[in-house]
Design a binder for this molecule. Structure first.
Ligand SMILES: Cc1cc2nc3c(=O)[nH]c(=O)nc-3n(C[C@H](O)[C@H](O)[C@H](O)COP(=O)(O)OP(=O)(O)OC[C@H]3O[C@@H](n4cnc5c(N)ncnc54)[C@H](O)[C@@H]3O)c2cc1C
Length: 466
C-alpha cells in the first residue's frame, strides 16, 4: 500500500522526510575594508550579504571552500542529473523567501511527490500496518510534546510511549536520526517540540539547492578558498585575518556551523565568551549522509522520487529516495549514531551497507548492476564537521544565547534559529536577522520605533497635583 506523503509526514512531523554556479573566486585583491564582513557562504552567509548589499553597505563574504553553498552542495558531475550532496528539501512553501527567490531566479521548484512506502522485509506494509505505524508516530509526537511542557527538559527517548511494539524502532528513526541526525536519546524534548512548527510539505529544486544558493550569491562580493583564521574584535570594530590578507570592518557576521565554532579553527582575540562556546557545544551537529547508487533500468520498480523506509527494530536502518528526478540514481540516507559509525568506516563500507540493505528489502537481483556509487561524509568535511544541529536534553535555551551579540560580532546559521533549526530555511532567516542586527549596530538601520505608550490616566496626575 502507498500512503500519502502528507499523511505520513504530518504524523511524523519529520524534516522530511555544483559546484558553484558562476561563483568566481575573488579576482581582485581582497579588499582591506568593508562595513560588514561575513564569514561563510552557506545559506545564512548569502542571505546576510544580500541584506547588507540591499542596504547599500559594503560587504565581503569570505568562504573557506571553493564554492558557495556550505551544507547545500549540488553535484552536477558524478551522475546524469544534479544531485544534492547536502540539503535537499525546503519547507513552508507559502512563506519561505527561498522558494520565492528560486522561482524568481528561474529555477524549477516542485513539491515532494505524494507517495511513500514502508517495507516489512521483502513486501510492502499492509494498510492495517501503516495505520498502526501512523498512529504510533502521532502518539510518540504527542508524548514528546507533553514532555516538553514539564519542569525539566528531558530527552525525547525518555518521553516515548513504551508500547509502540514492532514500530518503535521505525518511529525512533523517523523522529530522531532521519529528522535531526541524532538518536532520540540525544535530543531535547523542548527543542524537538518547538521544531514541529515547520510545515510538512517539502519543496525541492530540480537544479539542486546548492545551485540555488550559488545563484542567489552571484552578485555578492565574495572570496572563495579564503578561510578566516583569526578574528580580532572589540565593541567598535573587527579585523578578519585570512591567507589572502586582512579585512577591517565595523561588524562581522559569523555563520560557521556550531561544530566548526567549537573546534577552534578560527582563533578569536580576545577569546569569544565561554557562554557562547558552551551554547554551541550543546547544539552540536548530528550525522546525516547520502549514499548514492546508480541502478540503471529501475530494478527496484519504484516511482520517480519515491521514498521508502522499513520496519526496523534497530538503528541499522536507512531511508531510500528512489529514481531521483526520473534518473537511475537512488539515494540511501543514513543518520544518527549508526550513520556516524558507518561513515567513519569510509565510503566502501557505506556503499556495502547500502547494497546489503537494498538486497534485504528488494532481493539481490535488484542491486546486481550498480553502475556508479558515491557517498557523502559530512562529519569529515573540515568546514562543516557534521550535518545539522540539535539541542542536547536541557539545552534548548542555548539557541537564544547564540544570538546574543559579541562586541560587534553576530553569530548566524541554522543553529541560531529557535524553530527552524537544522534547516536551510532557518539558516536563511538567521542570516537576514543577523544582517539587520549588524546594520543597526553600524547605524545603517534605525531601531524600530517603540510602540506608543498607552495614554496615561489623567486621574492619577490630578491626584498628584492636588
Ligand atoms: C546530508 C544533509 C542533508 C540535509 N538535508 C536537509 C534538508 O533536506 N532540508 C533542510 O532544510 N536542511 C537539510 N540539511 C541541513 C542544512 O543543510 C543546513 O541546516 C544549512 O544548509 C546550514 O546553512 P548555514 O548557512 O547555517 O551553514 P553552512 O551551510 O555550514 O555554512 C557555513 C559556511 O561557512 C564556511 N566556513 C567554515 N569555516 C570557515 C572559515 N574558517 N572561514 C570562512 N568560511 C568558513 C563553510 O565552508 C560554509 O560554507 C541537511 C544537511 C546535510 C549535511
Amino acid at each position: 500500500m502507498t500512503m500519502t506523503r502528507r499523511k505520513f509526514l504530518s504524523a511524523s512531523a519529520a524534516l522530511a522526510v555544483a559546484p558553484a554556479l558562476g561563483a568566481d573566486a575573488w579576482g581582485a585583491p581582497l579588499p582591506r575594508e568593508a562595513d560588514i564582513v561575513v564569514i561563510g557562504a552557506g545559506a545564512a552567509g548569502i542571505a546576510a550579504a544580500r541584506r547588507i548589499k540591499a542596504a547599500n553597505r559594503r560587504v565581503i563574504v569570505v568562504e573557506a571552500t571553493g564554492q558557495i553553498g556550505g551544507r547545500c552542495l549540488t553535484d552536477t558531475a558524478t551522475f546524469d542529473v544534479p544531485f544534492d550532496r547536502g540539503a535537499r528539501w525546503m519547507h513552508n512553501a507559502d512563506t519561505s523567501p527561498m522558494v520565492k527567490l528560486a522561482r524568481g531566479a528561474g529555477l524549477d521548484v516542485y513539491p515532494a511527490p505524494p507517495g511513500q512506502k514502508i517495507r516489512v522485509g521483502r513486501r510492502n506494509a499492509r494498510a492495517g500496518e501503516i495505520e498502526y505505524f501512523l498512529a504510533a508516530l502521532v502518539r510518540a509526537n504527542r508524548a514528546i510534546d507533553d514532555a516538553s511542557r514539564g519542569k525539566v527538559d528531558v530527552s525525547c527517548a525518555s518521553a516515548l510511549p513504551k508500547d509502540l511494539g514492532d514500530w518503535a524502532g521505525t518511529a525512533e528513526f523517523m523522529l530522531g536520526a532521519n529528522a535531526t541526525g541524532k538518536d532520540l536519546k540525544d535530543i531535547s524534548a523542548i527543542d524537538r517540540a518547538r521544531a514541529l512548527e515547520r510545515n510538512n510539505a517539502p519543496i525541492a529544486c530540480r537544479q539542486g539547492l546548492g545551485t540555488l544558493i550559488a545563484k542567489l550569491g552571484e552578485q555578492i562580493p565574495l572570496a572563495l578558498s579564503t578561510p578566516a583564521s583569526r578574528i580580532a574584535w572589540s565593541g567598535r570594530d573587527v579585523t578578519v585575518e585570512t591567507p589572502a590578507g586582512r579585512i577591517a570592518a565595523r561588524a562581522a557576521i559569523i555563520t560557521v556551523s556550531s561544530n566548526v565554532l567549537t573546534a577552534g579553527n578560527i582563533k578569536f582575540t580576545p577569546d569569544i565568551p565561554k557562554r557562547h562556546l558552551d551554547a554551541a557545544a550543546k547544539l552540536s551537529l548530528g550525522s546525516y549522509d547520502h549514499i548514492t547508487l546508480q541502478l540503471p533500468g529501475n530494478p527496484l520498480g519504484l516511482a520517480r522520487d519515491e521514498i521508502i523506509i522499513e520496519q526496523s527494530n534497530s538503528t541499522r536502518t536507512a531511508l531510500l529516495f528512489a529514481d531521483i528526478g526520473s534518473s537511475s540514481m537512488c539515494s540511501i540516507d543514513v543518520a544518527g549514531s549508526f550513520g556516524r559509525d558507518l561513515a567513519a568506516q569510509g565510503e566502501p563500507a557505506m556503499v556495502a551497507f547500502a547494497v546489503e540493505w537494498l538486497t534485504k528489502l528488494f532481493g539481490s537481483d535488484a542491486v546486481a548492476a550498480v553502475r556508479k556509487s558515491s557517498a557523502t561524509r559530512w562529519n569529515a568535511a573540515p568546514f562543516a564537521l557534521g550535518a545539522m544541529s540539535s539541542a542536547a536534553p536541557g539545552s534548548q535555551p542555548s539557541r537564544k544565547i547564540l544570538t546574543e551579540p559579541i562586541g560587534c560580532m553576530f553569530l548566524a546559521g541554522e543553529a541560531t534559529h529557535e524553530t527552524l533549526w537544522g534547516t536551510v530555511d532557518g539558516a536563511w532567516e538567521s542570516g537576514e536577522r543577523a544582517a539587520e542586527a549588524a546594520l543597526r549596530r553600524i547605524g545603517a538601520l534605525r531601531d524600530p520605533e517603540p510602540a506608543a505608550a498607552p495614554a496615561r490616566a489623567p486621574k492619577q496626575r490630578r491626584r498628584v497635583a492636588e
